[in-house]
Write a protein that binds this ligand. Structure first.
Ligand SMILES: C[S@@+](CC[C@H](N)C(=O)[O-])C[C@H]1O[C@@H](n2cnc3c(N)ncnc32)[C@H](O)[C@@H]1O
Length: 272
């Protein structure tokens, strides 16, 4: 789908998962329909003992620590699928602080994300934003190959977006396809919504799913640790493995009372 096709899809009346996430993080790039849907999620999460704003902050913290670690470890190319609206410390800013020559390809299917990113990136030659859909990994990789050199290591970042693919087999197929062209020294970085085992919150979970079903993503799927860990099978999982995002290498973890029942699982692995 071309960038123009995406641009025609802006509909402020359909809650966008990008703008809802922006709202959770305290951003201003959202419409009434986004705020209304996001507020429903805030309430449903609270009723089931969770704090969705903590979930978003914990995920964002992992994303920043993770890409910073990779840049410090020598990775110079990043493919970030499901970019989100610009916030503080976007991926290109974090990695280019470590190494100005780092290249970043952002991919998103939300027209507002695309237009904000284009404005933000206009004077950053090392970074581009591509209109693309995670569910079409072949297309995403082809577009990315126009900007990144896949004969050298690339970090593929799939943060808080794979859970918008409802079908387990499709999610697995997507990850396998994204891993396909990665040479040794490349990395796969994933964060994914989950509920702690034994914390079944069936009623609320159905209602949460219902809100997301009516959003631009059309779906939300929680997956367990085993499923998320399996996305990294055959790769060298970095310490501390697949853990709740707030526990991934945070020197100052603090208190996260809103994440006791679940949130986002996170991991990074290296292609051997
Ligand atoms: C919850 S935000 C996560 C943003 C960022 N990755 C982070 O972790 O902070 C999810 C992003 O994924 C995008 N997205 C959702 N489904 C997508 C799809 N099928 N293909 C590409 N992007 C998608 C949304 O537009 C949104 O920008």
């Amino acid at each position: 789908m071309s960038a123009d096709d995406f641009a025609q899809q802006i509909n402020p009346n359909v809650p966008s998962v990008a703008r809802m996430y922006d709202y959770y993080l305290g951003g201003k790039d959202n419409f009434p329909a986004d705020r209304e849907a996001a507020e429903r999620i805030v309430r449903l999460a609270r009723e089931s003992g969770s704090d969705i704003r903590e979930v978003a902050r914990a995920n964002r913290g992992f994303l920043i620590r993770g890409v910073r670690h990779l840049a410090e470890a020598g990775v110079r190319q990043f493919l970030d699928i499901g970019t989100g609206l610009p916030t503080q410390d976007n991926v290109h800013q974090v990695v280019q602080r470590v190494t100005p020559e780092a290249k970043v390809v952002y991919v998103d299917n939300d027209p507002i994300v695309l237009s904000h990113a284009r404005a933000l990136l206009a004077d950053n030659p090392g970074t581009v934003i591509v209109a693309g859909d995670l569910r079409e990994p072949g297309y995403v990789l082809k577009e990315a190959a126009g900007h990144l050199d896949f004969s050298r290591p690339v970090a593929v970042v799939v943060a808080a977006v794979l859970h918008f693919v409802q079908d387990d087999a499709e999610a697995e197929r997507i990850v396998r396809a994204l891993r396909g062209p990665l040479v040794p020294g490349s990395h796969l970085m994933i964060s994914h919504a989950y509920i702690e085992p034994g914390q079944g919150e069936a009623d609320r979970a159905d209602e949460v799913r219902g809100v997301y079903r009516r959003s631009t993503s059309g779906a939300l799927a929680w997956r367990d640790r085993e499923t998320v860990r399996a996305y990294f099978d055959g790769l060298d999982l970095l310490d501390p493995g697949v853990v709740p995002a707030q526990r991934w290498r945070d020197d100052d973890p603090g208190d996260w009372p809103g994440l006791a029942k679940g949130g986002v699982l996170a991991g990074i692995a290296r292609v051997p």
